[in-house]
Write a protein that binds this ligand. Structure first.
Ligand SMILES: [Zn+2]
Length: 292
């Protein structure tokens, strides 16, 4: 990538994430917060993007898309890219190949039905892969993934067949003292996100987690975005900064304010542009040498 590109990605985890990730499916209170994110947070973010004239890539779990199809349509009508993000925000590492394929296929069908188009990209829930994820995504015709983090600002091709030995203290050390083995590059492009560039983990209060969890100021998140952007501009000169926001966090007043500040900050730099992940994947593909 020859210039500074900022990709805004929005993960609309909504009710789905409470079902699979936070063990909150029996809590009416938590489910109501999931509904808030789509009914209240999403339109606010959509309006801000419209005011700012920026397009983003939105990732919907199949559960969110099937439960709130009108909101997905609004996002599409505003010219944004829409892609799947699991069905009930399942962790792929917890699924065998058959179950994972079923989840990805259903999530893909749901998005395709609403958008009328085959999605080009996929983001795994919890930013995890199983050893089968790349194979499944390629079989279903995906061009890019945005979940893994081997790079920070530069898209790369994912490998199939990496191997590593887990440390099992019940065994002899010779069993695990083995170096990492690199697999073979696949044709699946990775546009890396980052845990340090997402808004939810620091800001989502969840009562069953640690006391105080989720009470980080939006200022901290904004500072991290800004510092990554500055580093990219000053030290690397070109690359892709992928920001991940959730309506649960950045759809609230304090998050919206900082998000708006960040968009204005990027706009003041004339060498930077906003793109969707699809645009990045297409541009990268033009010049890339694909693995055999
Ligand atoms: Zn998610």
């Amino acid at each position: 990538m020859e210039q500074i590109t900022v990709c805004l990605t929005v993960d609309v985890d909504s009710v789905a994430s409470w079902l699979a990730m936070y063990h909150g499916s029996t809590s009416v209170g938590d489910i109501s917060r999931g509904i808030f994110s789509v009914r209240v947070g999403l339109p606010r973010i959509l309006r801000l993007f419209e005011e700012q004239g920026v397009k983003a890539t939105w990732f919907f779990p199949g559960h969110t898309a099937e439960s709130f199809p009108e909101e997905v349509k609004r996002v599409l009508e505003n010219g944004h890219e829409v892609c799947p993000h699991g069905y009930s925000h399942e962790n792929p590492a917890m699924l065998d190949e058959k179950k994972e394929r079923k989840v990805v296929e259903r999530a893909t069908r749901v998005i395709q039905k609403i958008s009328g188009k085959k999605p080009m990209g996929y983001r795994t829930p919890w930013w995890e892969h199983s050893k089968n994820t790349i194979k499944i995504l390629l079989e279903l015709g995906y061009v890019y993934d945005s979940s893994l983090m081997e790079e920070e600002f530069h898209p790369y091709f994912l490998r199939i067949g990496d191997e590593w030995a887990e440390v099992d203290y019940s065994k002899d050390p010779d069993e695990w003292m083995k170096p990492f083995v690199f697999g073979k590059p696949s044709k699946l492009l990775e546009i890396p996100p980052s845990w340090y560039l997402e808004d939810l983990t620091p800001q989502l209060f969840a009562r069953h987690l640690l006391p105080g969890y989720g009470w980080v100021s939006a200022d901290v998140v904004y500072t991290l975005w800004k510092e990554h952007f500055d580093y990219l501009v000053e030290k690397e000169g070109s690359g892709v900064l992928t920001i991940t926001i959730h309506p649960e966090a950045s759809g609230r007043p304090q998050g919206l304010k900082r998000l708006e500040e960040f968009l204005n900050y990027v706009k003041r730099n004339t060498s930077a542009k906003f793109s969707t992940l699809k645009e990045v994947a297409l541009e990268f593909s033009k010049n890339a040498k694909f693995p055999d």
